[in-house]
Design a protein around this ligand. Structure first.
Ligand code: F0G
Length: 468
């Protein structure tokens, strides 16, 4: 018999623990296999269409699923629900200014609301928007505004086994080639994202953003940052980039933002709230245009679709999100799950990123062709095995090329196990890992899917599938 090892022993050091304790619990339970089979069929093999009460451990997303702190809940009671000029807005504005360093703040209901405003304000038909890998809603808003997204991330990001420590970096040669080809005047901004979601939560280095700024300055091109999960990006810089080991997450975050012209945020992620977003810029003229747009699409410029109480929880969430212990425990939990799966030789994207484990469906199911949605099937199988809910991040998410109408075939065909912040314990991670192992052991008996219903936009949310 082997002696069980604590997490610290497995990694050859003393254990750490989460910097919080639990004050309130929400009961969950695992249903039986028959119930799950029925639920999966009703959901058309799409985990987005499951009812949450039929889910045991919900790793669909880390978006809006974090646990708020007692201080944030106290903030909820301080909501100033005035239509105009709520004091909670000014607290939010101050928090964004203090921690991200941008002068002008526009509140939005969530990240895509901010993407919509920025895209409408800056993109014109014929424009090109280079970025470090696409994100679903970001690219769609850029396309709807008449732009064409161009992926300029390092090639390494498209390779799930490449161990480059900053796979989220922009390939400056690719960017220079695009500038030479289409002209700087047709590039309204570079769309830079921290811990690149679709690449597996891969970080961008400080050296890269600094060099990017130099290149963009030479051509008069602006940089706007998708600051979603940037605090997690800051941890990777602290751990892996020379000169940052003694700097706080907060200091690293602020320096990173200082190289950009503004940022948009899905506050539902690292800002630790269940709903919310913001857009912040340095340019007073652009701020004016954005404030004019926000009243059309989101709400008045002092609430942008959020209640006063939401803005208060968000302002407090921002200050909690940059605490070093918090970020270390958050990413540490992701790495714990990744460590178990790696030790069992289960194919995942390496290195493990900041917010999720991404199972590599191409290596998991090499016998299922990509147009039979292997990552979608893998998410379905995990749910059937244990009630664990994950998400497809492959061909279904990539959608169709607006010019040719054909599927886009991304090199990464992934199933994402996304860890909400401050919600699940290490024991939950063990249950998840064992379920992945069971599904892996049964991989050769698993076949693909065909899509039987396909919505026009962001199809992965509502598409329906059947086994082939
Ligand atoms: N940018 C990134 C990198 C995101 O991951 C998301 C959302 C958004 C922008 C849009 O923000 O959802 O608040 O409108 N990602 C979620 C996810 C949905 O599950 O990864 P939103």
């Amino acid at each position: 018999m082997t002696t069980p090892k604590t997490m610290g022993q497995q990694y050859g050091r003393r254990s750490w623990a989460e910097p919080w304790k639990i004050k309130m619990v929400e009961p969950i339970r695992m249903s039986d296999r028959l119930t799950r089979e029925k639920a999966m069929q009703e959901a058309g093999y799409n985990t987005f269409l499951l009812r949450s009460e039929d889910v045991y451990i919900d790793l669909l997303t880390d978006s809006g699923t974090s646990a708020m702190s007692d201080r944030q809940w106290a903030g909820i009671m301080l909501g100033d629900e005035a239509y105009a000029g709520s004091r909670n807005f000014y607290n939010l504005e101050q928090a964004v200014q203090e921690y991200y360093g941008f002068s002008y703040v526009v509140p939005t209901h969530q990240g895509r609301g901010a993407e919509h405003l920025l895209s409408q304000a800056l993109i014109r038909p014929g424009h090109y928007i280079p970025g470090n890998m696409y994100f679903t809603t970001t690219r769609l808003h850029q396309e709807l505004a008449g732009g064409t997204f161009v992926d300029v991330i390092l090639d390494a990001a498209h390779d799930p086994v490449n161990l480059h420590p900053f796979k989220g970096n922009i390939d400056l040669d690719k960017l220079q080639a695009l500038i030479d080809e289409v002209g700087a005047e047709n590039i309204p901004y570079v769309s830079l994202a921290g811990t690149v979601n679709m690449a597996g939560g891969q970080p961008v280095s400080m050296a890269n953003v600094r060099a990017l700024k130099e290149l963009c300055d030479r051509h008069g091109i602006r940089i706007y940052l998708d600051a979603t999960r940037m605090v997690e990006n800051a941890l990777f810089i602290q751990e892996q980039e020379e000169g940052y080991e003694d700097q706080s997450i907060a200091a690293i975050l602020k320096e990173f933002c200082s190289y950009t012209d503004g940022a948009w945020m899905s506050a539902k992620k690292d800002n630790l709230v269940n709903i919310g977003g913001w857009l912040a810029v340095r340019d007073a003229e652009l701020f004016d245009a954005l404030r004019n747009l926000v009243v059309i699409y989101e709400g008045l410029h002092t609430y942008g679709g959020m209640a006063g109480r939401d803005m208060e929880a968000l302002a407090i969430g921002i200050s909690e999100s940059v605490e070093d212990d918090h970020v270390r425990a958050r990413v540490g939990q992701v790495r714990y799950l990744g460590g178990l799966l790696t030790s069992w030789d289960i194919p995942i994207v390496q290195p493990v990123g900041g917010h999720a484990i991404f199972l590599d469906a191409k290596r998991f199911y090499p016998h299922i062709p990509q147009d039979q949605f292997p990552a979608q099937m893998l998410a379905a199988q995990l749910y059937l095995d244990s009630g664990v809910r994950s998400m497809e991040r492959g061909i279904a998410s990539a959608g169709r090329d607006p010019q040719t109408g054909d599927h886009r075939y991304p090199s990464l065909e992934l199933t994402r196990l996304t860890i909400p912040r401050r919600v699940y314990t290490q024991a939950h991670m063990d249950v998840v890992a064992e379920s992945v192992k069971a599904v892996y052991d049964a991989r050769l008996e698993t076949h693909g899917l065909k899509m039987v219903y396909e919505p026009k936009y962001l199809r992965f949310f509502q598409a329906r599938f059947e086994p082939v």
